[in-house]
Design a protein around this ligand. Structure first.
Ligand SMILES: Cc1cc2nc3c(=O)[nH]c(=O)nc-3n(C[C@H](O)[C@H](O)[C@H](O)COP(=O)(O)OP(=O)(O)OC[C@H]3O[C@@H](n4cnc5c(N)ncnc54)[C@H](O)[C@@H]3O)c2cc1C
Length: 519
């Protein structure tokens, strides 16, 4: 099969790029489950952008750089903040509806923001965006969407990307799709951790594929842990949005005592890494709760209807009860290295969204900057991507991959074991000894996977292979960085070391060897 643009992933980044580029060429989107299944669909708090008087691009830049802890790229952050208002206009043009008050967009605040600048749609902002964009994509005759199609690997012709190898999950058939440009928009990696806000799709496939193809990756050690997810036996780590704290919710310990102000003057609105570590430590002495009861029932029901409903499923009424919370893996700040147009270090391979490292987040992400980043850079990329229409669609025949009905019991066990080990050994608080244990575990897992995959592949196997690759990259990067900065905290190197570590760790697969360099 051939097309002009092949996009892998149907979250905000993939859909936005598709909608912007479809005026110039034919587009195929492949996505491994149903179109709406994505991190995007679960985003609650909102999208940050400067939209009202009193706020300024300079302040948005300043807040982003402060949270990024010295490793954000200033030029890219400036571009992000400047392009913010345009990105919002673009979302509105696709029919996305944000909450309003007195005819003006309602703005909320979140940790690290010095102003209220987060636009939202109740507490289901991601669902509103994903739904509106999906409808626009469905109406566009130049975009074809193939659901239940899993991208296995990129196809290369002399170091140039010419498409991707796809497993049609329902037909159990592997085929090649060739394109003038191929776009990875495969989202994050949260599912490699036992406790996570991310859905099952977040297994880092795009990052692993890019590595295998020889692309450069950066900042893989910086995994953001969200401080407040539901912590109730039998319930998933459902996100309790930062917007609750933005609207005045406070954190209390088992004794009912507010504790955050003792650790940071911004209290409940301190950057996420500080709150996550504080809660993690408080949990050693008993439960930690979020309390929004003082805001009143009608406010809570009006502002957080989805969180209220979801908690009710687990016998918790947030208008009357304290909400037990704990941190969970949430967002990967690093990923496939790109410039502002989504260009990777491989010709004709672009990447957008959470799978990338554009340079915006550095060592930590400012809340609600990721939806914005996905829209801004996929829009800029689409303006430039017209040029790829000059490329010939090249085809090649490569080693055949076949479907195999691999027995899932062992794969499930190995996956659960990997996720637990990542949480225990390379989680919120790290040290060399535990990371070394993780690396030995990953080596054994890798050897086992080579044997299991000898006769063919299925989705579960491919995901576990990609999770192992990504876990290895995160652990190696975290072990290499001998300091603490942003989301990365080590008990054996607790201080930030600007003299030696104001630099990025970059990976590239060179045949059998993983090359590590600094930039
Ligand atoms: C619970 C939660 C709340 C959040 N809240 C906010 C918020 O309020 N504000 C904010 O800015 N950010 C928030 N984030 C982060 C934000 O949602 C994500 O960073 C962003 O949506 C990523 O978009 P994306 O398009 O890059 O990836 P996703 O939306 O994750 O989409 C990835 C797509 O790729 C597909 N895919 C993956 N691998 C393959 C493969 N091998 N083959 C085919 N398809 C594949 C997936 O199925 C999916 O369609 C939140 C995240 C979570 C989990």
């Amino acid at each position: 099969m051939k097309t002009d643009f092949l996009i892998v992933g149907s979250g905000i980044a993939g859909l936005n790029f598709a909608l912007k580029i479809a005026k110039y060429g034919k587009v195929i989107i492949v996505t491994k489950k149903e179109i709406m299944e994505s991190n995007t669909n679960l985003a609650q708090g909102g999208i940050a952008a400067v939209t009202q008087k009193g706020d300024s691009v300079q302040l948005h830049i300043k807040d982003t750089l402060t949270v990024g802890s010295g490793l954000s790229n200033k030029r890219i952050v400036k571009l992000l903040a400047e392009q913010g208002p345009e990105a919002i206009k673009s979302l509105l043009s696709f029919g996305v509806s944000f909450d309003k008050e007195n005819d003006e967009l309602h703005l909320t605040t979140e940790g690290g923001h010095s102003m209220a600048r987060v636009l939202h749609s109740g507490d289901s902002t991601g669902r509103e965006i994903e739904q509106a964009m999906t409808e626009s994509v469905r109406e566009n005759k130049d975009i074809e969407v193939f659901e239940d199609c899993f991208a296995i690997d990129l196809l290369l012709n002399q170091a140039e990307c010419i498409g991707a190898k796809i497993l049609d999950i329902k037909k159990r058939d592997v085929c090649d799709i060739f394109a003038r440009a191929t776009i990875l928009a495969t989202g994050g990696v949260g599912y490699i951790y036992q406790n996570t806000t991310n859905p099952e799709i977040a297994t880092g496939d795009g990052i692993a594929m890019a590595l295998r193809a020889g692309a450069k990756l950066e900042d893989m050690e910086f995994v953001q842990f969200h401080p407040t997810t539901l912590n109730k036996l039998g319930a998933p780590h459902f996100l309790i949005s930062e917007a609750l704290r933005g609207e005045g919710a406070i954190l209390v310990n088992e004794a009912g005592k507010r504790f955050m102000l003792a650790y940071d003057s911004m209290g409940e609105l301190a950057p996420r890494d500080i709150i996550a570590r504080t809660i993690f430590n408080e949990l050693k002495n008993g439960a930690v709760y979020l309390d929004i009861r003082h805001k009143g029932k009608s406010f809570v029901l009006d502002r957080f209807p989805m969180i209220h409903q979801e908690c009710l499923k687990y016998d918790l009424d947030i208008t009357e009860d304290l909400i037990p919370v704990s941190p969970a893996a949430h967002y990967l700040c690093g990923g496939i290295k790109t410039n502002e147009y989504g260009q990777t270090t491989i010709a004709n391979l672009l990447a957008f969204g959470e799978c990338t490292c554009t340079g915006v987040h550095g060592a930590n992400r400012l809340a609600s900057n990721s939806l914005l980043e996905s829209v801004v850079f996929s829009s800029l990329g689409a303006q430039k991507a017209k040029n790829y229409l000059k490329n010939k669609v090249k085809t090649t025949s490569q080693k055949e991959t076949v479907f195999s009905n691999i027995e899932t019991q062992e794969l499930n066990y190995l996956k659960a074991d990997l996720r637990k080990a990542m949480w225990d050994y390379v989680g919120i608080i790290r040290n060399n000894e535990q990371m070394q244990l993780m690396l030995s575990k990953l080596e054994k897992l890798n050897t086992r996977l080579v044997t299991i995959g000898k006769n063919g592949v299925n989705t579960r196997f491919l995901e576990l292979k990609n999770m192992t690759t990504v876990a290895n990259l995160i652990t190696k990067a975290a072990q290499t960085r001998k300091e603490s900065r942003g989301t990365h905290y080590r008990t054996d190197y607790p201080a930030t070391d600007d003299k030696n570590w104001l630099k990025h760790i970059r990976f590239q697969q060179l045949e059998e060897r993983l090359d590590v360099c600094f930039s």
